[in-house]
Each structure stands twice: as C-alpha cells, then as structure tokens.
Write a protein that binds this ligand. Structure first.
Ligand SMILES: NC(=O)c1ccc[n+]([C@@H]2O[C@H](COP(=O)([O-])OP(=O)(O)OC[C@H]3O[C@@H](n4cnc5c(N)ncnc54)[C@H](OP(=O)(O)O)[C@@H]3O)[C@@H](O)[C@H]2O)c1
Length: 279
C-alpha cells in the first residue's frame, strides 16, 4: 500500500496530504463509501455538518477497527452556528454524531461576511474549542486574505488550515501564497472541479504522456504544489485510481501545462458574497 506523505500543521499535528471527501455522498451510502476508502488505504476523511453524514463517517471509522489515532478526520462548523454559544453547541453535536472523543481538525465552513454575526466572534469560539483539548487543530474554509487578516489582528490562534476551491481552472496562486506566508496549510476542495477538468485536451495529453488517468495527473499536480487534497468518489475503481498518486511525478512541463489552464473559474460560491444559512 502506498505511503501517503503527511504535512505538519502550524501546531505540529501531521495531516495526510491525500484524503477522501464525502460531500454529496448520501448518508445511507456513506458507511459503505468510507469503509471502502479505508480498505484502499485512505487515512484522512473530510466531512462537515452540512453534508449530513458525520454519523455515518464516525460509524465507518469505528467499525473499521483501525485505531482512532490512525485516521485523520476533519469536520466543519455549519453556516448558521456562527454565534459563540451556537458554535460550541454545534461542535458538541458534531462530536456526538461522529462518536469521537477527539476530532483532528475543525473548520469554520464559510466566513459569511455579509450576515450579522461577525466571523471574528466565531473564531474566538473555535479558540475555546481548541483550548478544551477536544480538537487537535482548528482552521477555516473559504477565507480570503482580508478575512484572515482580521483574525490575525483580533484573535490569538492562527488557523492551521484554509480549505478553498482549487483545480486547474481556478489555481488560486495568490491565496495559496498568502496562506504559505502565514504558516497556514492550503487544502484544495473540488480538486478535479467535480469532473469538469477531466476532458480538457491539455489534461488528457498529460495523462496520455504518463499512462495515467486525467484524474490522477490533476491530483498529482495538486500534491506536487504542496496542497492537501481529498477527492470524492463513490466508485471503487476511481477511489483506487485517486489513491495511486505516489509512484510517478510530473515534470515541469506537465506541471506548467496544467497550471496554464487557470481561468479563475469557480464551480462553487464566491466566499465574499455567499450568505446561505440553513433555516
Ligand atoms: N469547504 C468547502 O466549502 C467544500 C466545498 C466542496 C467540497 N469540499 C470537500 O472537497 C471534497 C471533494 O470535492 P467535490 O466532492 O466537490 O468534488 P471532486 O472531488 O472534485 O469531484 C467529485 C466528482 O468527480 C467524480 N470522480 C471522482 N474521481 C474520479 C475519477 N478518478 N475519474 C472520473 N471521475 C471521478 C465523482 O464521481 P463518482 O462519485 O460518481 O465516482 C464526483 O462526481 C468534498 O467531498 C468535500 O469533502 C469542501
């Protein structure tokens, strides 16, 4: 089984660079999908309260018999729980659903800068959660530099990670450099743009040159850039392909050909305007 490299977060906690994402996996298919992922060798699962499948992720991890400290699990604070007391309660809910004593990484899912609760209040609640010892690291998702600068100025703990949309059509070079300058690990969500980049002729050419699938060369591109990735699939053969990234390396030309596809095109919402709060 391939060894997945780990990256040290700014508090020394090690995160596996490759994981398995469970967004849009229906709850009743999640135990099976996560069980398969763990069988293949994935040791990092990315879930969220918003995905509605934390309970099933916890069940699959516990049922697998793999020691809890060998599987890195991330979850996220849902929109609508940004006030301090709501955030603390939401974290308790996440822990109860997962059935864990300790979570590896807890993220603020979206900054929601246009709602009436300031994400600085939310981050202070995240700091309380971290200090409780029930979560090994805290971070953010979908934060831009101006959101992060406010956290740096008004709070005490630096986020360990920033999980943002990144793929060949949205390479996010400035935001990644900002994260790196501030010792924040960048995690790339929708790393294959939910499949949209896989037919791109430049991606197909690189894949043919290496005898790999388009998904493999795109995921390898992320890994070589140093980001954390967790592709989602419910298809065993794709889960296997997506895990087999560590027996080849892209040369500079191939890396450049994929990076050159950037057109600043999002598949998801813009963090500066996104204001969805579940009712
Ligand atoms: N923080 C955030 O705001 C945020 C937002 C979105 C996502 N995320 C995280 O990022 C993870 C990944 O992103 P994502 O689920 O949006 O999209 P993704 O991983 O870029 O793409 C998933 C899609 O690609 C297909 N696929 C997967 N592997 C493939 C392969 N080897 N060949 C061909 N098609 C393949 C899957 O199909 P099948 O499943 O049918 O095989 C699925 O339709 C999520 O699961 C979640 O954990 C976070």
């Amino acid at each position: 089984m391939a060894t997945v490299p780990t990256i040290a977060l700014n508090n020394g906690v090690e995160i596996p660079q490759l994981g398995f994402g469970v967004y849009q996996i229906p709850a009743d298919e999640t135990v099976e999908a996560v069980t398969t992922a763990l069988e293949i060798g994935y040791r990092h699962i990315d879930t969220a309260e918003m995905y509605g499948n934390e309970k099933e992720v916890g069940e699959a991890v516990r049922r697998s018999g793999i020691p809890r400290d060998e599987v890195f699990v991330t979850s996220k604070l849902n929109n609508g729980f940004h006030r301090r007391d709501d955030a603390l309660r939401a974290f308790d809910g996440t822990m109860a659903a997962l059935g864990f004593e300790t979570l590896d990484l807890f993220l603020v899912h979206w900054p929601l800068p246009t709602i009436d609760v300031d994400y600085v209040e939310t981050w202070k609640a995240m700091e309380e959660i971290y200090r409780s010892g029930r979560c090994r690291a805290i971070g953010v998702s979908n934060f831009n530099p101006h959101h992060l600068r406010r956290l740096f100025a008004e709070t005490e703990i630096r986020p360990a990670a920033n999980q943002i949309e990144i793929h060949p059509y949205l390479t996010q070079d400035e935001l990644r450099a900002f994260d790196a300058d501030h010792e924040i690990v960048t995690e790339a969500w929708s790393p294959i743009a939910q499949g949209k980049v896989l037919d791109d002729p430049a991606v197909v050419r690189v894949a043919e040159r290496y005898g790999k699938t388009p998904a493999q060369v795109v995921l390898r591109w992320h890994v070589q850039r140093g980001d954390v990735v967790f592709p989602k699939s419910v298809t065993r053969s794709r889960m296997e392909d997506n895990f087999a990234l560590f027996d080849f390396a892209l040369d500079q030309d191939a890396m450049g050909d994929i990076t050159a596809l950037n057109r600043n095109e999002r598949t998801g919402p813009d963090p500066d305007t996104f204001d969805y709060v579940p009712r």
